[in-house]
Design a protein around this ligand. Structure first.
Ligand SMILES: Nc1nc2c(c(=O)[nH]1)N[C@H]1C(S)=C(S)[C@@H](COP(=O)(O)O)O[C@H]1N2
Ligand SMILES: [Mo]
Length: 199
């Protein structure tokens, strides 16, 4: 009981002090998708990085499971103002995919099954800042939350964490993804409240 009370107090403390500006703590785990939920079998899933020269590297579900896996506990922040603290994921750091990819491009377009896209600087995906995840809270990632595999980029607003991830295209110059083309901020740092174009 004492442990529970202390833990709860700690969480409340975090809520007050550690939410980015304009965010509130979500109840549960909201689902936000611009289109219909995609149902992709692990047998049909693959992830392809296409470079500026057209070179392609592809990983199957089996390839993914053979890669170095990490457990990560991170806070996530949606531009619609909900945040969730200490969410638990399992996946492969994006760095591992780039070990065998040769590219001079500094920008990445993440692609999803279903057609969603979002753009990111390559450096925001590397050095342990982003993961290709397939479990949430010790269970396989559900289709609603982007399973079998989604991108996780917790230091940016959650629209950058593409659900139903299918690939990266390397871009020599930056281009807007889906929401970025509809007026969302190009970069999306929650601590600077970069919600919309011009913020
Ligand atoms: N493919 C795809 N990925 C997506 C989206 C989407 O519509 N399609 N929505 C984004 C937005 S705006 C948010 S807040 C999160 C929501 O993830 P969740 O439904 O798991 O909470 O997914 C992001 N990734
Ligand atoms: Mo969002």
């Amino acid at each position: 009981m004492a442990v529970f009370t202390r833990g709860f107090g700690g969480r409340r403390q975090r809520e007050a002090e550690e939410l980015p500006p304009g965010q509130y703590l979500a109840d549960g785990f909201p689902v936000l998708s611009a289109g219909p939920t995609q149902y992709v079998d692990t047998d049909d899933w693959s992830f392809t990085i296409t470079t500026e020269t057209g070179e392609r590297s592809t990983w199957s579900w089996q390839d993914l499971l053979a890669m170095p896996v990490e457990d990560v506990t991170v806070d996530i922040h949606c531009v619609t103002r909900w945040s969730k603290l200490e969410t638990r994921w399992r996946g492969v750091p994006v760095d591992a995919f780039f070990e065998d990819v040769e590219s001079t491009s500094e920008y990445v377009m993440a692609h999803s099954f279903g057609g969603y896209t979002t753009n990111l600087p390559l450096e925001d995906l590397l050095d342990g800042k982003a993961w290709v995840v397939f479990e949430y809270d010790d269970d396989p990632l559900t289709p609603e939350h982007g399973g079998p595999v989604r991108l996780l980029v917790p230091h940016l607003y959650f629209w950058k964490s593409a659900k139903w991830l299918s690939g990266f295209t390397m871009m020599p110059s930056d281009e807007p993804g889906f929401w970025e083309g509809f007026g969302y901020h190009n970069y999306g740092d929650p601590w600077r409240e970069e919600r919309y174009d011009g913020d």
